[in-house]
Write a protein that binds this ligand. Structure first.
Ligand SMILES: C[S@@+](CC[C@H](N)C(=O)[O-])C[C@H]1O[C@@H](n2cnc3c(N)ncnc32)[C@H](O)[C@@H]1O
Length: 294
């Protein structure tokens, strides 16, 4: 069963309509939500549906089995060009990246992403290829390194207190589950300083996930390589969900524009309507930026 609801669908489709008959890459295919809309409404000659999670790709494969113009690729988008070259594809019309995790990942407790569903401290998107787990980050990283990660990737002001509490606990016994980690953080941050709109552990969970999956490094690499893959007039569309990602996309797009590689079509990012946010809470922090190659 599909659990993820794709965001900003109309804006994505509107910006891809000119590429009917071209090759489109959905570099973060997930359960195939955007892919299905693209196949139905844009009608590319080929859709490359890529994801670094082989399990979720299986769901997309099932969902899209009625289409014969889809090629599924299991891999990290940081090496998107290598995967496409292997398939004999040198140039594409458009590339879409819808960053982060899918609702599927949050709902499957055993994947260890959810704050609310107790599961093992895992958080790997690529369980088949990545050996760094949240368990190792939480239990084995030196305190200073852990603090840096939580401060930098989580933009968490309470990083020091949180790491102190983690280190105290792991001296007694390893921290094994998302529930244990959540409780440690709840106790480390005084209640009167808990954020109003999010759980006090949200930012720490985000930081650990980013570290486990090397998300920011992959994104930077993917942006560089994607732009080279685009044909002249082709588009790169990126949806981000937090400020660290959005800053990277914004700065790379500016750099591409300055060096004459492309032109930024979104001076301000496209954000979901109030209605979309009401219907899909996950959409609330989505920002779409688009670059067109010159
Ligand atoms: C927000 S979901 C995509 C949802 C999809 N657009 C849909 O409509 O169903 C993000 C997906 O990107 C994948 N992903 C994240 N980082 C990736 C990377 N570096 N390379 C390939 N896939 C990645 C995740 O495994 C996840 O399935």
């Amino acid at each position: 069963m599909v659990s993820h609801r794709p965001v900003l669908v109309e804006d994505i489709i509107l910006n891809l309509l000119g590429y009917q008959g071209g090759i489109i890459v959905d570099a973060t295919c997930g359960e195939g939500g955007h892919s299905e809309y693209i196949l139905e409404r844009v009608k590319p000659s080929l859709l490359v549906a890529m994801d670094q999670d082989i399990e979720i790709l299986q769901i997309a494969r099932e969902r899209l089995k009625g289409y014969d113009n889809v090629k599924f690729v299991y891999g990290n988008f940081a090496r998107v060009d290598e995967f496409l070259h292997k398939e004999g594809i040198k140039e594409v019309s458009a590339i879409l990246m819808d960053l982060g995790v899918s609702s599927y990942h949050l709902e499957e407790a055993e994947r260890g992403f959810s704050l609310y569903k107790d599961g093992p401290l895992d958080m790997r998107l690529d369980r088949a290829g990545n050996i760094l787990t949240a368990y190792r980050v939480v239990n084995e990283y030196p305190p200073k390194k852990l603090e840096c990660i939580i401060r930098e990737y989580g933009e968490e002001k309470w990083a020091k207190a949180i790491v102190r509490a983690i280190v105290e606990r792991r001296k007694e016994r390893p921290i094994r589950t998302t529930g244990e980690l959540r409780e440690i953080i709840e106790k480390a941050v005084p209640k009167r300083f808990w954020p109003k709109k999010i759980h006090p552990a949200t930012k720490t969970f985000q930081a650990i996930r980013i570290e486990v999956n090397r998300e920011l490094e992959s994104l930077k690499e993917a942006l560089e390589r994607s732009v080279k893959l685009l044909r002249s007039g082709g588009r790169l569309l990126v949806i981000s969900f937090h400020s660290l990602e959005d800053r990277i996309v914004k700065n790379f797009f500016k750099k591409f524009e300055k060096s004459g590689v492309g032109s930024v079509l979104t001076k301000k990012p496209i954000v979901p309507s109030e209605r979309e946010v009401q219907e899909n809470r996950r959409a609330r922090s989505a920002k779409l930026r688009i670059l067109e190659k010159l």
